[in-house]
Design a binder for this molecule. Sequence first.
Ligand code: GTQ
Length: 338
Amino acid sequence: MSQSEFRERLAADNMAPLWEVIRGLTPREPKALVDPVLWRAAVIRRNMDLACAAISAEDAERRVLILENPALRGRSLATTSLYAGIQMILPGEIAPSHRHTASALRLILDGRGGFTSVDGEKVLMEPGDFIITPTNVFHDHGAEGADPVMWLDGLDVPVVQMLNAGFSADYPERRQNMTRPLGDAQARYASGLTPIGYLRTTSASPLFHYPYSRSRDALDVMARAEEWHPEHGLKVSFTDPTTGQSPIRSMGAYLQLLPRGFRGVSHRETDGAVYCVVEGSARITIGETTWYAQRHDVFVAPGWTWRQFEADEECVLFSFSDRPLQEHLGFWRSEAAA
Ligand code: GTQ
């Protein structure tokens, strides 16, 4: 049988030779599938203002501009495993209550008077706050003050898509009914006091709001010990206090303090990440690309690409990635430059 006959025979029987694709299936190391990319804060804001003129939050369901990696154009992806977007709500608007399988995390960028309601509890959003909306719980957002409210969204959409396990539904009303008072989860789970007999009933963290005032203070106090990690400065992960694990199983979120004069060691990790500058500025080198990143600039560091952080002034970085998922599977690796 000739080569081409063999091939036709296999194709007709829905079979294929592994030896022609084996290195694609089991690569020697991860390939650079996505580009390092940075979105300037001013560009984000300008386009968000255009979006506000184009559509209401209600009509859009979510008024979001997706941060698309140019290497994955049209696929709504920041990296192969992470979705990122910028969402904005104008005073008086509501982003109606819905739920979906994808989990979301949010970093509040601008505006006071915003709220997110999650599974019957409302939290007030302040700039720098970190909020999660876990898998399949109802959530709605609104702006009750005088300011437009804008934030960074991170979702595990690509993971849900890969598994094709996604469901979604709308709540019967625009806003969900509140079943717990303001501050309830904060009191129950973030005070070093866990209700006795607490039994976790879902995969989600019962704590879903991490105010920046608390996390910033924590960074400041920890920084006094001056134990700087050579690559990361001082990096902390948001945790579910009832498990010590990431509050979302598929994604981790991190805050990172770079002290003034920090010259980080170049390193690479198998998890690509989306970063946002919360305070200050830093020089970011990703592979061959260097940016001077300033407040509210957002950028992608692809997985297994060398990254380096340097700061002339104190800088706070937020980031999220799929690291917890990779760790759970035993995939995660990191390496520092010699
Ligand atoms: O706030 O529920 O960026 O459902 C994308 C999909 C945000 C949200 C996004 C969503 C949301």
